[in-house]
Structure formats: C-alpha cells, structure tokens
Design a protein around this ligand. Structure first.
Ligand SMILES: [Fe+2]
Length: 228
C-alpha cells in the first residue's frame, strides 16, 4: 500500500470516530517525532502492538479488501502470570468501498465483534473442515449477545448497532460494512491478540504489508515502531 493511502484512511477513521464522540488514547494522535521523544516510556505499548494497523492483507486493492484497525489494549502471551488476558480493538470499515477482512480463523483467540455504530456489520462464517478449508455442508452455531443462533454456512449475518457476535477458535469468518448503510465502527473484545501468529487465512494473505513511502508518515503503524 502507498503511505498516502494509509494516511488518508487514518484521517477518515479519526473523523468518523469523532462524529461518534469516540476518542482514542493519546498515543493514537502522536506524530513520529512524538514517538521518538517518548521512546523510553512506550515499551509496553510497542511490545503489545497497540495503535494503528492499516492493511490490505496483500490484496493491493484496499477498496475491496482491507480495514483500518486500532488496538486499544492487549495482554502479552509471554506473560506467564497472565495479568491482562484480554484485548480491545476498533475495526473501521468503509461501506462505500466494499471493504472486507479476509476469511480467517484463530487457533487461540475467542473474540466478540461488536457493531459500535455507524452502519450495519455483515458477518459470514464457516466451520473449519477436516482438510483445513471451509466446511460448506454443516450449519454454524454462534452466540450473539448471549443468544444461540444457527445459520447456513456462509450465510450473511446482519449485526446492527449495539449488537455483537461471538467468534470462537476454528471458525472461519469475515466481516464487512453493508453497502450504503454508513461507515462502520466495529469493536473487538477478545482474548490476548497475537496478530503475528494467530490468524490462519483461508486463502494466502499477508497480515502486515510492505508500504510504498510516497509521503510522510502521519502515525506509525503497530508493526513499524522499531523502524521509525
Ligand atoms: Fe478474527
């Protein structure tokens, strides 16, 4: 992705969050210079990969595959005392661009994906088949805000503002904003998040992608702290 595309996506995300009176932690607004000057006190933020995360998952087409994410908090899988066994993110999806996250499952993480407002979230899910691919035969069973639901494999599940869906390990899922219903602000509340190891994609994808530096960095991404 081009840096200009990443910067523009973050600017839009911040604007939409502001419209919904959502303010992120201070480090969401820091420049590269701010990060450099605060380096000594930000070890925990950097280690736990908190912050902006913009990816097209290697598709080279951010308009149809990609999202702006912001990790607000996260535990550390190497913390043997497991003092913070949770994570929280925002996931921002542009309904005018048919943006989607690619089909993937997690081995370890259970996550609640929440529609925080702005649009309608559409979720598609499959069980993982024996061969590792998507199971197109058997229904899926999920909990949505504590209530059990059964759906056909891959059937669109519409989640309106305030509502959520619980995604357990080994369930393929993808989600996107329903077109024309508004820019979508999703939340994620989950077990500790490990984006380096715990995303198994149905089709070959990259979680973090190379960036073409065609303009200055607005905010560094979670995988870039060591390079600034
Ligand atoms: Fe996921």
């Amino acid at each position: 992705m081009k840096r200009s595309e990443i910067n523009a996506a973050i600017v839009t995300a911040k604007k939409r969050l502001e419209e919904y009176r959502i303010t992120l932690p201070e480090f969401a607004y820091w420049s590269v210079e701010d990060w450099k000057s605060k380096w000594d006190v930000t070890g925990r933020i950097r280690e736990r990969m908190l912050g902006w995360d913009v990816s097209d998952f290697g598709s080279d087409d951010f308009d149809t595959m990609g999202a702006v994410l912001f990790t607000v908090r996260n535990g550390d899988k190497n913390d043997t005392e497991n003092k913070a066994p949770y994570a929280e993110k925002y996931i921002l999806l542009d309904d005018t661009k048919e943006q989607s996250l690619p089909f993937h499952y997690h081995i370890d993480k259970t996550e609640d994906i929440i529609n925080r407002g702005g649009g309608v979230m559409v979720v598609e899910m499959f069980n993982k088949a024996e061969d590792g691919k998507e199971d197109r035969e058997n229904d899926i069973v999920v909990y949505q805000d504590g209530i059990r639901h059964t759906y056909k494999p891959g059937e669109p599940i519409y989640v309106t503002p305030g509502n959520s869906i619980t995604i357990e390990p080994y369930m393929y899922h993808r989600f996107y904003a329903q077109k024309g219903k508004g820019y979508l602000i999703c939340g994620e509340v989950s077990k500790v998040n490990d984006d380096n190891c715990d995303n198994i994609f149905l089709y070959p994808q990259s979680r973090f992608i190379p960036v073409e530096e065609d303009e200055a960095i607005l905010h560094p991404l979670v995988n870039e702290y060591d390079n600034i």
